[in-house]
Design a protein around this ligand. Structure first.
Ligand code: GDP
Ligand code: MG
Length: 163
């Protein structure tokens, strides 16, 4: 079976934008089991000679702040349970938040390979914005811009190392 790569992170960090960039238009499976999997979107993707399945864990996200953290934790658990590699996506414009720390703690103890990507670094002269995310304790942050398509090759190089 193809390795599974899940994208996890707060609402609005750019998970779906990254997913769409990496997946092209080849969305393979949408499992619409009510209340359980409608909030996950799957696609086939590849990089170099590697093929993998990509999951956007945040398909439908809550609007109200009080359930966002609960949903993030659930999404992180889904990723831990199903993925071979987890892309933990954070927002380089907004900076490090408490919810990032909470999710990082879950991911850290999971023993799954985690690749930390700092999105919205639209200009690589702002790469230093990624440095504060070293504080999450899950390795070297990789600066990317899903919007501009920057750093995605570096990110995927890191992901496929864990296959
Ligand atoms: P999700 O909630 O994590 O799935 O985030 P979305 O992919 O829906 O993106 C949330 C917002 O961030 C949208 O307005 C995107 O256009 C914007 N966004 C996503 N990636 C980037 C990026 O690399 N740079 C900038 N400036 N905005 C981005
Ligand atoms: Mg989304």
């Amino acid at each position: 079976a193809k390795p599974i790569v899940a994208i996890v992170g707060r609402p609005n960090v750019g998970k779906s934008t990254l997913f769409n960039k990496l997946a092209g238009h080849r969305i393979a499976i949408v499992d619409d089991t009510p209340g359980v999997t409608r909030d996950r979107i799957y696609a086939d993707a590849d990089w170099l000679q590697y093929e993998f399945k990509l999951i956007d864990t945040g398909g439908i996200e809550p609007k109200s702040d009080d359930i966002i953290l609960a949903q993030m934790k659930r999404q992180a658990q889904v990723a831990i349970d199903t993925a071979d590699v987890i892309i933990f996506l954070v927002d380089g414009k907004q900076g490090l938040t408490d919810s990032d720390n909470e999710v990082a703690t879950m991911l850290r103890v999971s023993n799954k390979p985690i690749v930390l990507a700092v999105n919205k670094v639209d200009n690589m002269k702002d790469e230093a914005n990624a440095y504060e995310f070293y504080n999450l304790g899950i390795g070297d942050p990789i600066a990317i811009s899903s919007g501009q398509g920057l750093g995605l090759g570096d990110l995927l190089d890191e992901v496929v190392k864990h296959f």
